[in-house]
Design a protein around this ligand. Structure first.
Ligand SMILES: Nc1ncnc2c1ncn2[C@@H]1O[C@H](COP(=O)(O)OP(=O)(O)OP(=O)(O)O)[C@@H](O)[C@H]1O
Ligand SMILES: [Mg+2]
Length: 264
């Protein structure tokens, strides 16, 4: 089986004087190559914890993570680059992915060096920048010389330079102006799918997820409460919590607002 497979994934945090917190509590989820899966849910429901576990940055307390048929084991910092070649994360804050003291072209070049096809076959810096709508000339600039939206484009180019098979965007548009959010979300989808990689797009904004995801998983308190094709989940949500998320979306486009549901 290719792509990402989570089965019964549990990730806990130790808490002093309290029982362990099950931040991720028995999640089954798949992301196939070329597929866009939206993971939505409120703050604190466990989305980032799940993303970190997939990247080997948190140790699961139970369950399995499989990627392209291989078990994903938590890796020490030293072995992270190899993992990160296959699975690339794009964070909410592009400053978390970029080094402020290095020219962006050099940072993209570092990522090209871990491309599985080798640097000579990896797409050129100019191509990677063009794919995210930036001019090759910006390679000489430092991160602070870009706007927030451009910086997130650079972070996406840097992630793609490593030739990932899966991209994980952890709230990758949350720090951007509302006017840029849909555009950058679509860009992320286009570059991931265009290269044959899967995309796990994490957001609390179901209205944006709806515009780019093939499937949606709704997470609440560490569990997936509903999962299915995006249009089915949007038009006929089965779980009361999903209905509440949809009902909470402002009616900006005049679509999709459901009657208030009484959750008791
Ligand atoms: N390092 C940590 N140690 C202890 N508890 C943590 C740690 N990181 C997260 N948590 C707790 O685990 C739960 C899930 O957190 P997580 O960051 O995964 O949520 P999230 O869905 O990404 O939220 P947000 O939408 O705010 O980013 C929360 O209750 C959080 O307080
Ligand atoms: Mg988070």
């Amino acid at each position: 089986m290719s792509g990402l497979e989570l089965r019964g994934l549990q990730v806990g945090y130790r808490r002093r004087g309290l029982p362990d917190l099950r931040a991720v509590d028995g999640v089954d989820l798949d992301v196939a190559p070329g597929e866009v899966v939206g993971l939505v849910g409120e703050s604190g429901c466990g989305k980032s914890t799940l993303a970190r576990a997939v990247c080997g940055l948190e140790r699961p307390t139970a369950g399995t993570i499989t990627f392209d048929g291989d078990a994903v084991e938590p890796l020490g910092l030293r072995r992270r680059p190899a993992r990160l070649a296959r699975i690339q994360l794009v964070f909410q804050n592009p400053n978390a992915s970029l080094n402020p003291r290095r020219r962006v072209g050099n940072q993209i070049e570092d990522a090209r060096a871990i491309h599985p096809a080798g640097r000579e076959h990896a797409p050129s810096i100019a191509t990677l920048l063009a794919d995210v709508g930036l001019d090759a000339g910006v390679a000489a600039r430092y991160p602070h010389e870009f706007s927030g939206g451009q910086r997130q484009r650079v972070a996406i180019a840097r992630a793609m330079a490593a030739g990932p098979r899966l991209l994980i965007g952890d709230e990758p548009i949350a720090s951007l102006d509302a006017s840029l959010q849909a555009q950058v979300a679509r860009l992320l989808r286009d570059v991931a799918v265009g290269s044959g990689a899967g995309l796990l797009f994490i957001s609390h904004d179901l209205s944006i997820v709806r515009t780019i995801a093939d499937r949606v998983a709704v997470m609440r308190a560490g569990r997936i409460v509903e999962e299915g094709p995006t249009e089915r989940v949007w038009s006929a949500p089965q779980d009361p919590y999903t209905r509440r998320l949809i009902a909470a979306i402002p009616v900006a486009d005049g679509l999709g607002r459901l009657p208030e549901v009484d959750l008791g």
